[in-house]
Ligand binder design. Structure first.
Ligand code: PHE
Length: 353
């Protein structure tokens, strides 16, 4: 009997050695400590032993059973610990792995350029004034000294968005330039104090629309920035000085500029400002069409009739105005050869800026 129990213990413990996981552990427990296990059989057989043998055998069987239970407890601890270590190793975070970058948004190049222009003008004391995109024929043309059948209307093909085209008076249009904002700004400022209207220095940014065939060089919408200054002592010298300073901040101190006489119905005298071609340095190239100069804006002294329409007495006040298209600057700077890229919303184009 004694031999038998030793053998049982030895076998069970040997088998326990090779147990690796909780499943095997459970199986071992059933086999070696369960109801039909060898030790339990010994207990069951105690009754058939003699009175003397019984307590000795019972005690020994108990010892074996306790030894097996102790070994089981220890092994359970080990197996659990090993499982924990394993899962910790498998789930470990490698904090040194490079992160997954998230794609960042950015400003549209035309927006960024617009902001740059407005930043420069703001730095020179111009207040940003936002006017409307949908205008009346009156504001877009008539109040700017362009009466119904004036030939200047043909310079700007217009989107008319209602049916009163023939008489012109009540027609609604998409603004063809930011200049109607001049009238709106002047009227807003002058209506506050008609007897003594305040001086004005505003910058008017916005989208303008023209009924054009879309090609690589003409779009039916583009940004303009308008500038307007009205005061009691404003001269053409102020216009030139302001625009030169603006252009130097925009294109660099070394850039060269020139003014050329031009015509607009709402300014008198009128001029156009050119920058020396920054592609060829003035030598003449395809970009400047061999002239050495690039046109950047139209400008002039505000026409007396326009001042009057804005509520400013032209005998007391004078002013200057200028207007520029902004995408063209980018096209020249970045050698963009097709204006349709700007509103084509192709991410591959936009992401280059
Ligand atoms: N409105 C003119 C254009 O669209 C530009 C301009 C603005 C000219 C102000 C003179 C004064 O071409």
């Amino acid at each position: 009997m004694q031999e038998n129990l030793k053998e049982i213990e030895k076998n069970a413990l040997a088998e326990l050695e090779s147990v690796q996981d909780e499943g095997a552990l459970d199986k071992w427990r059933v086999t070696h400590l369960g109801r039909s296990s060898a030790v339990m059989q010994v207990f069951a057989g105690l009754g058939s032993l003699s009175k003397e043998e019984r307590p000795v055998a019972g005690q020994q069987a108990n010892q074996v059973k306790q030894a097996l239970e102790k070994a089981l407890a220890e092994k359970t601890g080990e197996v659990k610990q090993a499982a924990l270590q394993q899962s910790l190793a498998a789930e470990r975070l490698d904090v040194t792995l490079p992160g997954r970058p998230c794609r960042r948004g950015r400003l549209h190049p035309a927006t960024a350029n617009l902001r740059r222009i407005l930043g420069i003008l703001a730095g020179m004391g111009f207040q940003v004034y936002t006017s409307r995109d949908v205008e009346s024929d009156e504001y877009n043309f008539q109040l700017l000294n362009i009466p119904p059948h004036h030939p200047a209307r043909e310079m700007q093909d217009t989107f008319y968005i209602d049916s009163h085209v023939e008489d012109g008076t009540y027609a609604t249009v998409l603004r063809t330039h930011t200049s109607p904002g001049q009238i709106r700004a002047m009227r807003e400022f002058s209506s506050a104090n008609p007897q003594n209207p305040p001086p004005i220095r505003v910058a008017l940014p916005g989208m303008v629309y023209r009924f054009e065939q879309i090609t690589f060089r003409s779009e039916m919408q583009f940004y303009q920035v308008e500038g307007l200054a009205v005061g009691e002592t404003i001269t053409f010298g102020d216009l030139k000085g302001t625009l030169l300073e603006f252009a130097r901040r925009m294109f660099g101190r070394e850039a060269r500029f020139r003014f050329r006489a031009d015509h607009f119905p709402f300014t008198e005298p009128s001029a156009e400002m050119d920058v020396e071609c920054y592609v060829c340095g003035g030598k003449g190239c395809p970009v400047c069409k061999k002239s050495g100069w690039l046109e950047i804006l139209g400008c002039g002294m505000v026409h007396p009739a326009v001042l009057e329409n804005g509520g400013y007495d032209p005998r007391r006040f004078s002013g200057f105005a200028f207007g520029m298209g902004t995408e063209r600057q980018l096209m020249l700077r970045y050698k963009i050869n097709d204006i349709r890229h700007f509103w084509g919303n192709d991410i591959r184009f936009l992401e280059q800026f």
